[in-house]
Design a protein around this ligand. Sequence first.
Ligand code: ADP
Ligand code: ADP
Ligand code: MG
Length: 269
Amino acid sequence: GSGSSSSGAGDRVTVYGDSAPHPISYFEDLEGEVKPPILANIAAAKYSRPTLIQRSVIPVMLAGRDVLACAPTGSGKTAAFCIPVIAKLLSNAAQRRSKRIKKAVADGKTSGKTCYPMALVVAPTRELTTQIASEFVKLAGRKRLRVTEGHKLRLSGPQPVAAVDVVVSTPRRGAVFLSHPNVAISHLLWFVLDEVDRLFDEGFISQIDDIFTLLKQHERAEAEASGEHNASLQLSRAFFSATVPSHVEELSGAVLVNEVRVVVGARMQ
Ligand code: ADP
Ligand code: ADP
Ligand code: MG
């Protein structure tokens, strides 16, 4: 892909990738793509203008493109992924499918599967999963999306797994969750890794690799089924970090599909 950059007041934004959507300047630019209650929640959070990373990443993710985003700590990366994830989960197509699933689960027509998550977000610490989950609740509202942290889910024992829309988890719990017999990963719309540089460290990489393997099996199954093909209901991936060393860039490139890369500040190290 080609690189394009724009330097504003000191900070530099570089976007790599084929035909990347244009950045936004204001949250109001999202009207029509993001439902009014979400825009109201953004305003209520006192986010008056999007940060640089949000300006570039939100339209890319709204277009359903995979993304690798690099921006300094404190630059609003959490909302940069929460807003487009929420928008897709609350889209009419996703909500219609969600209603069908709820009914099928209630009628016992889902061969034991009770949980059909629409988004999985993985972060390296429980403190982070708590922060991310509360950002989701702040921007979506508790009634619109069922958001939970991986360590709060009961995944052992005979009881069914609670129905949830968004799971925010540390790596090991995330892998256990996805491989649980009562969890269907077939309806996942978003797979997000936050602080991907730490997730690709030695201590986590085998757990992250387990998650990649589970998701690949799902993609293969989907390609073979090739039944209902609704582009707005495909899985997309988004990886975020404050630093992207070359091994993280390479590993990300092997997992992301036709991704857009957005870098705020210095180029990727
Ligand atoms: P990062 O993940 O990049 O380190 P965070 O997502 O934790 O940054 O955000 C840092 C702070 O900025 C948080 O307190 C968040 O509420 C705030 N914030 C995020 N987006 C905006 C915005 N558009 N305007 C003002 N504050 C914002
Ligand atoms: P669970 O909480 O379900 O056991 P994990 O085993 O993935 O989930 O991680 C548990 C906690 O251990 C995390 O919150 C994290 O703080 C810490 N931890 C585990 N491995 C690492 C590592 N390589 N680097 C930093 N922290 C780690
Ligand atoms: Mg962060």
